[in-house]
Design a protein around this ligand. Structure first.
Ligand code: ADP
Length: 383
């Protein structure tokens, strides 16, 4: 059992850099939480504060209800896996994995045979039994990563902390290791905090995804909710590939049904979005559209369709789908991900159909609020 609770946690580095600014996060027992955001957003600092590797400038961190602000890392009952593995090069895999247990053998009340059993069990779980006598230098990147994870598992900690553990692996291995870590976390049922800058990794791993920018949390929710109900434009753009597209415009007050007006084009809003838009008539807004909400065929776009005249700039086939880079008459660039059989050619002018039931309205600005987000869904000061 382990809960991790951060209350108004702040980190100011010497020199005045505010890396983390009063963040609040409550992680429940067995939860897999991923901190994600662009480089420099404060995610590693947050993780390192939970680990005790970085002093806290303000706020409290609790593990299972006990404030650990002043507790040294070794007494927090956590295990951390680093990006660079941090294995001892002169020790065998076996010794690397047994090291922390041997060091605290008396304190933990472990016999040599119990340590041996723990190491072998963890090795079996990770499929590295055959590598136990090798030195780290004789291992592949993926194998080293497994050893680093094994070293964390043997300690049976209350909390696993992962700091970009897959960044040094090639793309294919990263995907393999990703599912391995997820399976392992489910099996061990250990509370986990995982840091990555890779939104796809975050979305596939996390029970909950915490999207950070400039030291604050912008959204903390399930991957599906973050994708389908982003609280603001920053989250909407950060999550999803290709990223969400944005059309500038305003909601025309005289149209019935209400419509989003972009240049000379009018896109009728479905009831739900019209309700949200009713309080923002004639103000500059952005209409957010996911690339896969575009279709070239009126029948393929579900539900409430709107038509948008575009000129095709570039078509990128992707195997089963293709990405269509396009521009509207006002010069706004968009990307649509459409069926491979859609007949679109570069230079062509055509009507794209947009599934408006999946569109969002945002206030202007890089982190403009999603008009549909309820105030309590966005942490204070975000929208
Ligand atoms: P992330 O993990 O999201 O890339 P970090 O938590 O490493 O971000 O860094 C957050 C901010 O704090 C950045 O602006 C970074 O330059 C700064 N920072 C990180 N470590 C230190 C340090 N030891 N001293 C001063 N500033 C630091």
């Amino acid at each position: 059992m382990a809960r991790v609770t951060l209350t108004d946690v702040t980190k100011v580095y010497p020199g005045g850099v505010k890396a983390v600014d009063r963040i609040n996060l409550s992680i429940v027992d067995r939860e897999f939480v991923v901190l994600v955001g662009p480089s420099g957003c404060g995610k590693s600092t947050t993780l390192r504060m939970v680990a005790g590797l970085e002093e806290i400038s303000g706020g409290t961190i609790e593990i299972d209800g006990r404030v650990v602000n002043e507790t040294p890392p070794k007494d927090r009952d956590i295990a951390m896996v680093f990006q660079n593995y941090a294995l001892y090069p002169h020790m065998s895999v076996y010794k690397n994995m047994a090291f922390s247990l041997k060091l605290r053998r008396r304190e933990l009340g472990l016999s040599a045979s119990e340590i041996d059993r723990k190491v072998r069990e963890a090795a079996a779980l990770l499929g590295i039994e055959d590598l136990l006598e090798r030195k780290p230098g004789a291992l592949s990147g993926g194998q080293r990563q497994r050893v680093a994870v094994g070293r964390a598992i043997v300690r049976n900690p209350k909390v696993f902390l992962f700091d970009e553990p897959l960044s040094n692996l090639d793309a294919k291995l990263r995907v393999e290791m990703r599912s391995e870590i997820k399976r392992l976390q489910r099996r061990l049922a250990t509370t986990t905090v995982y840091v990555t800058h890779d939104q796809e990794e975050a979305m596939t791993l996390g029970d909950r995804v915490v999207v950070m920018k400039d030291g604050i949390i912008h959204q903390s929710a399930s991957p599906l909710e973050v994708y389908e109900k982003p609280v603001n434009r920053f989250v909407a753009s950060f999550v999803g590939t290709p990223p969400m597209c944005f059309l500038e415009g305003r909601v025309g007050g005289s149209d019935r049904p209400l419509a989003f007006v972009h240049g000379t084009q009018r896109l009728a809003l479905p009831d739900e979005l019209a309700k949200v838009a009713a309080g923002a008539i004639d103000r500059p807004l952005l209409l957010g559209i996911r690339p896969d909400a575009f279709a070239t065929d009126a029948n393929a776009a579900n539900g409430s369709r709107a038509r948008l005249r575009v000129r095709v700039l570039l078509v990128e086939p992707l195997g089963d789908r293709k990405d269509v880079h396009m521009t509207t008459a006002t010069g706004t660039k968009l990307v649509g991900r459409v069926d491979l059989r859609s007949g679109v050619a570069e230079g062509q002018e055509l009507d794209m159909f947009i599934d408006m039931s999946r569109a969002h309205l945002f206030e202007p600005g890089d982190a403009g609020c999603n008009l549909a987000a309820k105030p309590q869904e966005a942490p204070a000061g975000v929208c």
